[in-house]
Design a protein around this ligand. Structure first.
Ligand code: NAP
Length: 479
């Protein structure tokens, strides 16, 4: 922990909370307190907002090339510090070190991607159809933004918002999740070293999310909210945005179907399932939540998946050879336990796992359930844990209907060797993203996001920067 920032980052300075409050950061592998971090209150949030508002005008005028180069330097610094950042992330969040290293690289890639996008923001000029007017079209940064991130990808979720905001010329107040503030503070340190001017990024960890964020959203100076988290909180924040018409983008929860057809290559499907289910211990919005497997291959699929799940090593993420770290906290694990117990009460069979181990830490074993009842609670609840729930289907229409039978629409996974079926089913899925014979869709160069109650807007890809840009059109006579 030595050298890790633990104070608020406001106006380019590391500060304590105005009321001196601190919050504990726990190691989910031991339950012990790692350190305490300054705990922002409403007054600190106002100071952070002041800093962002003050910096906005000059930051918007900065040359795109200068913003691009700051992001490029941040990309390089992140990679230089990858090992330390991965250890920090594992200690506060629990994921195995190999996954944490992967997340550092993923986060860094957002900075590289948006350093390239920063210099490609284009306007336009033209004569209107009546021939009597000209139009000048330019793009402007939307203004000071509030960024709110969850704990499950503590570095990447911040980078996915900060990258495009910096590229577009927006200033920011970032409120990370209270379980994982250290990664966000480390990110601020990286950006400051990369040359980001004071006040452009401000970071306010807090245990008082509502009291800190609501005044900002209702105050009229924040012009944009970019939120990643649960649909429940997303709805609440959208209502707060309505008062002052704050532009909002929302990356919300998922309930991903994972469909295996009878013509699928089962090795490919099981490999895909291991990623879609077990990445981040199942604590991912993209996690496969409902496995729909054609009746004729369900038993073989379940057997192979169980073999792979049983072979995974559970333990502290810092230990060599560990595949599955602890869940984020006791509440997260209790939710998984309850969902499994509910499924079993309704007739599900446990093929492996399903029993909470003794001892410290929030561990839960990789678990496979079959014969899961359609009325089980885990069918309409994000499990957010290492539990694969398998159901069977008989034909394509049934698979698609049941996959779409949810208010969420973030991602769906489809496994089939038939090209026509692959495209047909992908088109019919109500999802912002589809993994076709793959269990991984996330990539900085691709537009990430959902439909229905999984969100509004996209992050990443060439459209990611759009969320942080406005249009301005200037009309003039064509003389
Ligand atoms: P969460 O409870 O919604 O919290 C997300 C963030 O919102 C945290 O920083 C949280 O802080 C904050 N928050 C909660 N109430 C707030 C309020 N009234 N005002 C302002 N901020 C508030 O979600 P989570 O449990 O941390 O994360 C898991 C969820 O995120 C899952 O649903 C997952 O699917 C979703 N997720 C979505 C994506 C995506 O890209 N679609 C990516 C990752 C995760 P506090 O904890 O202090 O309340």
């Amino acid at each position: 922990m030595t050298g890790t920032p633990t104070r608020l980052f406001v106006g380019g300075a590391w500060t304590d909370a105005a009321d001196g409050a601190t919050l504990p950061v726990d190691d989910p592998a031991t339950g012990e307190i790692l350190c305490r971090v300054a705990d922002a209150g409403p007054e600190d949030a106002r100071l952070a907002e002041d800093a962002a508002v003050r910096a906005q005008e000059e930051w918007a005028r900065t040359a795109p090339r200068a913003r691009s180069e700051i992001l490029r330097r941040a990309y390089e610094i992140l990679l230089d510090r990858a090992d330390g950042l991965a250890r920090l992330m594992t200690s506060e969040m629990g994921k195995p070190l190999a996954e944490a290293r992967g997340e550092v690289a993923y986060a860094a890639e957002f900075f590289r991607w948006f350093s390239e996008e920063a210099v490609r923001v284009e306007g336009g000029h033209g004569v209107l159809p009546d021939g009597r007017h000209r139009m000048l079209l330019s793009r402007r940064p939307v203004g000071p933004c509030l960024l709110i991130t969850p704990w499950n990808f503590p570095l990447a979720m911040g980078a996915r918002k900060i990258g495009p905001a910096v590229a577009a010329g927006c200033t920011m107040v970032l409120k990370p999740a209270p379980q994982t503030p250290l990664s966000s503070l480390a990110l601020a340190d990286v950006l400051a070293e990369a040359g980001l001017p004071d006040g452009v990024l401000n970071v306010v960890p807090t245990s008082r999310a509502g009291a800190v964020c609501e005044p900002l959203l209702r105050g009229g100076r924040i012009r944009k909210l970019s939120f990643t988290g649960s649909t429940r909180v997303g709805r609440l924040l959208l209502a707060q945005c309505a008062d002052t018409v704050v532009r909002a983008s929302m990356e919300l929860g998922g309930n991903a179907p994972f469909i295996v057809f009878d013509d699928a290559d089962l090795d490919v499907a099981v490999n895909g399932a291991m990623i879609a289910k077990m990445r981040n211990m199942g604590e991912a919005c993209t996690a496969a939540n409902r496995f729909f497997v054609h009746r004729s291959v369900a038993e073989a699929f379940a057997r192979r998946l169980t073999r792979r799940m049983e072979a995974l090593v559970v333990g502290p993420g810092t230990r060599d050879g560990v595949d599955v770290g602890p869940l984020i906290d006791a509440a997260g694990r209790a939710k998984v336990e309850e969902l499994v117990a509910d499924a079993v009460r309704r007739g599900a069979r446990i093929l492996c796992g399903g029993r909470t181990p003794e001892g410290p830490g929030c561990f839960y074993p990789p678990t496979v359930l079959t014969d899961v009842g359609a009325d089980s609670r885990l069918m309409d609840t994000e499990i957010f844990g290492p539990v694969a729930a398998i159901l069977t289907f008989d034909d394509e229409d049934e698979a698609v209907r049941r996959a779409n039978d949810t208010p969420w629409g973030l991602v769906g996974y489809v496994f089939t060797e038939g090209l026509d079926r692959a495209l047909r089913v992908s088109e019919r899925l109500e999802a912002g993203m589809v993994g076709l014979n793959t269990g991984l869709v996330s990539h900085p160069a691709a537009p990430f996001g959902g439909v229905k109650q999984s969100g509004l807007g996209r992050e990443g890809g060439t459209v990611g920067i759009e969320e942080f840009l406005e249009y301005q059109y200037v009309a003039m006579p064509a003389r």
